[in-house]
Design a protein around this ligand. Structure first.
Ligand SMILES: Cc1cc2nc3c(=O)[nH]c(=O)nc-3n(C[C@H](O)[C@H](O)[C@H](O)COP(=O)(O)OP(=O)(O)OC[C@H]3O[C@@H](n4cnc5c(N)ncnc54)[C@H](O)[C@@H]3O)c2cc1C
Ligand SMILES: NC(=O)c1ccc[n+]([C@@H]2O[C@H](COP(=O)([O-])OP(=O)(O)OC[C@H]3O[C@@H](n4cnc5c(N)ncnc54)[C@H](O)[C@@H]3O)[C@@H](O)[C@H]2O)c1
Length: 470
């Protein structure tokens, strides 16, 4: 039902924050259900992903990999490139891509008839948001409201850290020089992707993490190989390292002091990147005053339909504590769209969905479902198949055979989990995901005819290697 209100400040749907789920909801409800929709955004047209997160960081990683290949030209029969990397070129390539994406976004808002309102939004009532922007203040109301305010880099209270003006994923993408020595605080997704890329662009790189093992949620065999690759690339890894004090300023000289495996440590670099996790953008925007509860970690509390404690107000993406991936934010869009269009949701639609991911290092780490250590800890019976990536014959044609793939198979032959650490590993996921989603036996993959030599062909070897049931 579309609003018949003559009030120009009243909408069917009002979205705070133009991230993935929010923009798709507005575009879809406007174009398909003819609802009057508006999106409020303070900084990034279309949210972080196209501006400062997924896509620009992968553009940056690709540039670094091209530089790496050029520096290893001899293996392709050409001379190794020796030139100094011009970061302005890397940055321009990234900026060009972002500009293209922005043009597409602007076009979609126009074509789908969604009002885009630049400004800072804040709840001033249950379904009422005040927007403050260049064109002054406006109070907007709506039948349904969606909070899509995302998250931001967490810079903790380690003495001197904030004062050192650390780079986050936003500033590092705008550098015009290769840092002489980049210290990366945090060895998670953001830290590892940028660490390897910066190393490949020529920087000395040190990664510091407080945990004994990087990516501690992954299986040990995975992290062992990945850390080995990073070290071989020349990335220095300081695990189990607690930083107590930071001095200096990123871009000049910065020194971190603390302890590593209990011993005093001091690391000096030219730049510091803070990659120590995310904080939800949920403070100071009137949520609690408007009856929208937050949980103990500051995420908006939502139910299986992503509805908040305030009826008719939904929260989606990072700010709702959904796993922090753009594809999950997109799935949040699909859930709320169905709710708003009156379609019933199947049971556990949100809590039971697949949460696949790909870490874009070289080699990539791709995963879906149960991990081996999780199955062991939960006493779940499984059969394991594991093959080296060299067994995926395509990897031999491109000369990148590092890594392996493994799968966990249940008693009834369905697939419990799949992990691949290898070149292009992320591209392997959908075939396995589809089988998992449909509850197909693994033999439906091992018996497929898959073109030779594509990467997916290797799945036939992996699933053919599942031990027989005993
Ligand atoms: C460096 C990096 C790389 C990543 N790479 C990947 C990847 O390869 N694949 C992947 O799946 N995920 C990746 N992610 C995660 C992914 O970017 C996020 O999960 C996703 O962008 C979250 O989308 P969102 O809509 O929840 O938030 P956002 O995209 O952050 O959107 C929220 C928007 O709300 C706006 N906003 C906030 N508060 C207000 C307010 N009060 N008023 C007006 N506007 C407001 C913000 O400006 C922002 O534009 C990456 C993240 C980072 C940091
Ligand atoms: N390829 C992708 O899909 C991709 C890429 C980048 C980011 N992301 C998303 O963004 C999220 C955030 O990424 P992130 O890397 O910022 O967080 P993260 O949670 O993945 O990693 C943070 C790391 O920092 C460490 N850490 C925290 N505080 C520290 C301190 N004071 N000293 C030393 N180490 C410290 C933690 O132990 C952890 O290993 C990810 O969880 C992911 O969902 C996804």
């Amino acid at each position: 039902m579309t609003t018949t209100s003559p009030n120009p400040n009243h909408y069917d749907l009002l979205v705070l924050g133009s991230g993935e789920a929010g923009k798709y909801l507005a575009w879809t409800l406007s174009s398909q259900a003819h609802q009057r929709c508006a999106v409020i955004e303070r900084r990034w047209l279309g949210g972080s992903c196209p501006n400062v997160a997924c896509l620009p960081s992968k553009n940056f990683v690709h540039s670094a990999n091209v530089v790496y290949d050029a520096k290893h030209g001899h293996s392709y029969g050409i001379q190794d490139a020796e030139g100094v990397v011009a970061m302005t070129g890397v940055r321009e390539r990234k900026r060009d891509m972002v500009k293209g994406l922005m043009d597409i976004h602007a076009g979609k808002f126009k074509d789908f008839g969604v009002e885009f309102i630049w400004g800072e939004g804040k709840f001033v009532g249950r379904k009422s948001i005040e927007v403050t922007g260049d064109s002054g203040r406006r109070v907007l109301t709506a039948e349904k409201v969606v909070v899509c305010t995302g998250s931001r880099a967490r810079v903790d209270d380690t003495p001197g850290l904030k004062g050192a003006k650390p780079l986050t994923h936003i500033e590092i993408l705008e550098l015009d020089i290769v840092p002489s020595h980049l210290v990366v605080l945090g060895g998670g997704y953001v830290g590892l992707e940028f660490a390897q890329a910066m190393r490949r662009l020529g920087a000395q790189v040190t990664v510091i993490d407080r945990n004994k093992r990087l990516l501690k949620n992954e299986d040990q065999d995975i992290t062992d190989v990945l850390v080995g690759v990073l070290k071989k690339d020349g990335v220095k890894i300081c695990a189990e390292t607690i930083i107590n004090e930071v001095s200096g300023e990123s871009g000049r000289e910065v020194t971190l002091k603390g302890t590593s495996s209990g011993q005093p440590v001091e690391i000096t670099g030219s730049h510091i990147l803070c990659a120590t996790g995310r904080l939800p953008n949920t403070e100071n925007i009137g949520l609690e005053e408007a009856g929208i509860k937050l949980n103990s970690k500051g995420f908006v509390e939502t139910n299986e339909s992503l509805e908040t404690s305030s009826e008719g107000v939904f929260a989606v993406g990072d700010c709702a504590g959904s796993p922090h991936f753009t594809h999950i934010a997109y799935d949040d869009f699909r859930i709320v769209k169905d709710v708003l269009l009156g379609k019933p949701l199947p049971p556990n639609r949100r809590s039971g969905r697949q949460v696949p991911f790909t870490l874009f290092t070289t080699p990539e780490l791709a995963h879906v479902g149960l991990r081996e250590h999780e199955a062991v800890a939960r006493g779940i019976k499984f059969r394991l198949a594991k093959v080296p990536m060299a067994g995926f014959l395509k990897t031999r044609t491109i000369g990148e055979t590092t890594g392996f793939a493994k799968t966990l198979i249940a008693e009834d032959d369905t697939i419990l989990g799949f992990t691949a650490l290898g070149v292009g590993a992320g591209e392997l996921l959908p075939v396995v995901q589809l089988a998992m989603k449909r509850g197909l036996p693994y033999t439906d993959i091992s018996e497929m005819v898959i073109t030779h030599p594509t990467l997916n062909e290797g799945l036939v070897s992996l699933f053919s290697g599942v031990p027989a049931r005993n």
